[in-house]
Design a protein. Structure first.
Length: 499
């Protein structure tokens, strides 16, 4: 007699049982409706270090959200004013002004509602979220004047109160500019045993500061030669805003008529070899400044200001403004420029010139317009000017003024002694502080000064110099609150903020 096999095997019975169980569970979920809890999937600034160029963060949610409930319940401590914009499940918060440097921030979102919860008569709230980010430390750079720091580039972290000397003793720093990430400095310097200011060479030095979150900073103080002065004198230089190009004003040592602008990459090529500079073929010019898009250079040329392309043949300017003799500053987006007009009565006018063709006079002075900087946090232009106080002895008194670019209102911030003609001013990246120096010249300089003697741009020997920090407020608030500059415990001149 033959026995029949069971039609369903044990393994099949187990599989069928699991399928039935899963079907029951799916049915129960469907009966209950959509119960997935809304949450923040991504916060783009989580545990990040940001700078003034970072002006918005993004939240990505797991579900569509009720917009007003999110906007009402988002909290940032300390507060940062901003504007909301939405695209589906993505919310972007754009800051009105840059986040103040040297600050830790906490971001919280709880109590926000699911978009479809109210329609279903339910009250489903977002899973509480807590995030954090921080801004860069407040860091300044200057050329030291005392003892071990004399003539050397010094970095001082105001947030951590730490100092670091970046350049060696055998170099006397003349001028410097920071790369946009703050990790390196481009500087010109001469040998400490050589008094010839025209022997300056270009170098880079690492700061020891990391410009990006999570990236380990390269050790500070590593110096590399960028451009020597073997055949040409390196007179002035400018570093493009994107940190990719250097423009240098050079003169041939053996042919004084061979004088003009050159340009070169700021970094070496992939092989590690440095690229030689190229001549910018154009008419000779004076002061110059690279445009914000890093593709052209504005140069005082003839009886006006020319905008020249950064290419070998720059004989045809991109633009020429015959009524202005100098570009003092560009706004960050390049839509505006502060330009100087030199008048026949020896006065100077400061104009706001826009890319829409608007030319608006801001002020007139009998002295000089030394420097100007646009504030990226507000429509304000800060300028360091001088006023002629004695025609007979030609004595100029420097002062700092804030100009509201919308109303034209001027607010004098600081008046300096007439002896401080060589003062230099710089505006912080977050727009909250002005840094300036007060140089004390040597009273009785001897005819034979030591080779390492420091000198101002006017050639005066420097005895010492102090640095001052002035907090800033919007012009409207500054009218009711008296702000006094604070003397820093540092001896130096030519101060600059790290980006």
């Amino acid at each position: 007699m033959i026995k029949s096999k069971a039609f369903i095997q044990p393994l099949d019975r187990i599989a069928i049982a699991l399928m039935l169980l899963l079907s029951v569970l799916i049915g129960l979920i469907l009966l209950q409706g959509d119960v997935v809890t809304a949450r923040v999937r991504e916060f783009t600034w989580q545990n990040q270090q940001i700078g003034a160029e970072d002006n918005s963060f993004t939240f990505t949610f797991s579900r569509p959200m009720e917009i007003k409930s999110v906007e009402d319940n988002l909290k940032i401590e300390p507060p940062l004013a901003g504007k909301f914009s939405w695209a589906g499940r993505r919310m972007v918060y754009t800051l009105v002004t840059p986040a103040p440097y040297g600050t830790n921030y906490k971001v919280e979102l709880q109590g926000a509602k699911d978009k479809f919860a109210e329609q279903e008569g339910k009250n489903r709230l977002i899973q509480p979220f807590v995030g954090s980010f921080r801004t860069r430390d407040r860091v300044i750079l200057y050329i030291g004047t005392d003892q071990e720091e004399q003539g050397r580039l010094v970095l001082y972290n105001l947030t951590q109160e730490q100092k670091r000397i970046l350049t060696p003793k055998d170099l006397i720093v003349i001028d410097f500019e920071s790369f946009p990430d703050g990790e390196k400095i481009l500087f010109s310097a001469r040998a400490a045993n050589n008094q010839d200011l025209l022997s300056a060479q270009l170098y880079t030095v690492t700061t020891g500061v990391s410009g990006k979150s999570g990236k380990e900073a390269e050790a500070g103080g590593k110096v590399d030669l960028t451009l020597d002065s073997k055949d040409y004198q390196n007179l002035k230089f400018d570093l493009s805003p994107d940190g990719q190009t250097i423009v240098i004003q050079r003169g041939n040592k053996t042919n004084p008529g061979d004088f003009g602008l050159w340009f070169m990459p700021a970094t070496s090529d992939g092989s590690g070899e440095k690229t030689a500079p190229k001549r910018l073929k154009s008419q000779p010019g004076g002061d110059f400044m690279i445009t914000p898009d890093s593709k052209a250079v504005a140069v005082a040329q003839g009886q006006g200001a020319a905008i020249l392309p950064l290419q070998d043949d720059a004989s045809k300017p991109l633009d020429f403004l015959p009524q202005f003799g100098l570009v003092q500053a560009f706004s960050k987006d390049g839509s505006q420029a502060a330009m100087v007009k030199f008048n026949t009565d020896y006065t100077r006018d400061l104009f706001l010139v826009t890319n829409q063709g608007v030319q608006k006079q801001l002020l007139k002075t009998t002295g000089s317009i030394l420097s100007c900087q646009f504030d990226i946090a507000s429509p304000t232009l800060y300028c360091l000017l001088t006023q002629l106080v004695s025609k007979e002895q030609y004595i100029e008194q420097p002062y700092v003024v804030a100009i509201d670019l919308k109303t034209g209102q001027q607010k004098p911030l600081l008046v300096l002694p007439p002896a401080q003609r060589n003062v230099q001013m710089t505006l912080s990246a977050d727009g909250l502080g002005l840094l300036f120096d007060q140089v004390v010249p040597q009273t009785n300089p001897t005819a034979s000064l030591p080779a390492n003697t420091l000198k101002t741009d006017d050639g005066d020997a420097i005895a010492t110099s102090s640095l001052w920090l002035m907090p800033l407020l919007p012009i409207a608030d500054a009218a009711t609150v008296e702000i006094r500059p604070e003397k820093l415990p540092l001896a130096g001149f030519h101060p600059r903020w790290l980006p």
